[in-house]
Design a protein around this ligand. Sequence first.
Ligand code: 4AD
Ligand code: MG
Length: 430
Amino acid sequence: MKATIAELPKYVDKEVKLGAWIANKRSSGKIAFLQLRDGSGFVQGVIVKSDVEEEVFQTAKTVTQESSVYVTGTVQKDERSPFGYELLVTNVELIHTSTDYPITPKEHGTEFLMDNRHLWLRSKRQHAVMKVRNEIIRATYEFFNENGFVKVDPPILTGSAPEGTTELFATKYFDEDAYLSQSGQLYMEAAAMALGKVFSFGPTFRAEKSKTRRHLIEFWMIEPEMAFVEFEENLEVQEQYVSYVVQSVLKNCQLELKTLGRDISKLEKITAPFPRISYDDAITFLHEKGFDDIEWGDDFGSPHETAIAESFDKPVFITHYPTKIKPFYMQPHPEREDVVLCADLIAPEGYGEIIGGSERIHDMDLLYKRVEEHQLDPETYKWYLELREYGSVPHSGFGLGLERTVAWITGVEHVRETIPFPRLLNRLYP
Ligand code: 4AD
Ligand code: MG
């Protein structure tokens, strides 16, 4: 019976055949242990010399790291292994011999591992991170589909710049200038006027000269947008969504979280509602904590975000930022011109901002004024402004950065390990 490692629990005491790679190996004169991986998981294969043909034991003893094999054996329960099962091997057939695999069980530097990212992905830790990433994506689709949202795909080649013009990747679109999308939001607003509640999931690009553990040049964003939804309701959707994702990972990725050494008790606390603190109060709080470098009107840097997040064991919304440090499309506070109806969601444990969201301006005249104030070309935004001309409604939305969310949930230090092939300031390879 052919099986995958993930299916082995169904075949206890039965004989199965697996296609696998040799992740690692240890042997003595009488017994060999093969660490097998097949993509679906990792399992230990045990080969006892006296129980198999001489040739099979020789193959097991000499097989090199990352060689591919077919392995036949009997599935056994094994309480000592994190997986809970092992394979008592009866046969090993070599498919392909791997020579001098560069990533050995010893320690390697990060740049070396990043140069070998196409191979590094095979390692147990990276495998676990990718599985958690997949679970977050799966739970995202599930959450939004169950709550009446329609998935809409905004374009990647665009003529507009929702988040400011300084971080755009310009390209030629035949004779015109175009940009790689830095956010699908403006298109999602159009989609919300057609479909009510929508969400997108796609790549976004920021030509940011930032070299921090939170910044990628190319990252994936989930952008929901909702018609007839106002500021506070938007926050409720966000806390429900983020809790749902964390609880799904806890339920479906126990082994991966264990592999990553994640402190699960911290994730178990992530349930809605989340605390809220206004920008004004956050400034006061930071002054009390001794941050003299920040004044009302400044944007927060990561030390500020981390200090605020440390007072809570759940993600925290920082609400009502100054108008002048936020994009042109945000709805002003009804009683205050100087702040907008927006919130950033800051993850615990120093992972920083994972969501940026707001209520959008739905008044045509005000939006037109803001386009001009931000020195944007009204011609380029003509279609976006028109959304306010035909049955304009209050509406809100947000963008969740997938890689920062994966970093937080897996507990990995740097976003470069949360995406298969990271695009960084100094890296377009592999
Ligand atoms: O706060 P941002 O820039 O918001 C927007 O783009 C809105 N238009 C979203 C919306 O309302 N539809 O980005 C949203 C999130 C951030 O909170 C962060 O998680 C992530 O995207 N993000 C990045 N992740 C990795 N590398 C970068 N350079 C990122 N820039 C933003
Ligand atoms: Mg932001």
